[in-house]
Design a protein around this ligand. Sequence first.
Ligand SMILES: O=P(O)(O)OC[C@H]1O[C@H](OP(=O)(O)OP(=O)(O)O)[C@H](O)[C@@H]1O
Ligand SMILES: O=C(O)c1cc(=O)[nH]c(=O)[nH]1
Ligand SMILES: [Mg+2]
Length: 212
Amino acid sequence: MCRLVLKHGPGMGGWIKNRMTDEEVLAEFRAAGALLEGHFILSSGRRSANYLQCARVLMNAERAGRLARAIVQKLPRELRQEIDLVVSPAMGGLIIGHEVGRALDKDAVFLERPEGTFELRRGFAIVPGQKVLMVEDVVTTGLSSRQAIEAVEADGGIVIAEASLVDRSAGEVDLGVPFYPLVSINFPVYEAEEVPPELAAVPAIKPGSRKQ
Ligand SMILES: O=P(O)(O)OC[C@H]1O[C@H](OP(=O)(O)OP(=O)(O)O)[C@H](O)[C@@H]1O
Ligand SMILES: O=C(O)c1cc(=O)[nH]c(=O)[nH]1
Ligand SMILES: [Mg+2]
């Protein structure tokens, strides 16, 4: 059940407001078969029995749009008004970044790391001084986010905030900029050498694309 749904037509100077509770967001993941259980090697190399497969939750364009509008609703109004450009780290950030760009009516570009370091390619560029909203699918240790923020700042952009679908650090991560996750979760995460025996007994898979 939506906590708040207010609809304004564009002619009234407003836009569709689409807030979602944590339970509603998790219901979207469940409905998409995106809340996985098993033994997962995360981007950081850490291990978990739980994985949020954001690509599955975003494979439906209508759902992706709804989640992106809910993310935008989490941003303070003054911050929303400052955003010039949305940037997201590929692969995971790409679809949600695009949809957040649509909800904000701003361009959305993405960073790639073909050589291991994030960079803008494909003719994407940042005008020095442009104010950027970084958008990720999921943040666990925050390393990918911090590296993406560094890449934007190296190109002269100013990252004014980050938003994501999921914060797996349950509020612990420090990205150096204000962070607005749609939902915060605290699934247990283990160092590779500290995996409990019941998890070690399950063959590990690595769903993400980062090279260690
Ligand atoms: O906060 P962190 O510990 O950095 O983990 C989160 C990152 O891990 C995943 O990406 P991954 O590197 O698996 O690659 P992908 O986006 O190409 O799937 C996810 O999309 C985030 O970018
Ligand atoms: O930390 C990660 O790599 C990660 C965790 C998760 O639950 N989902 C995801 O896509 N990546
Ligand atoms: Mg990623």
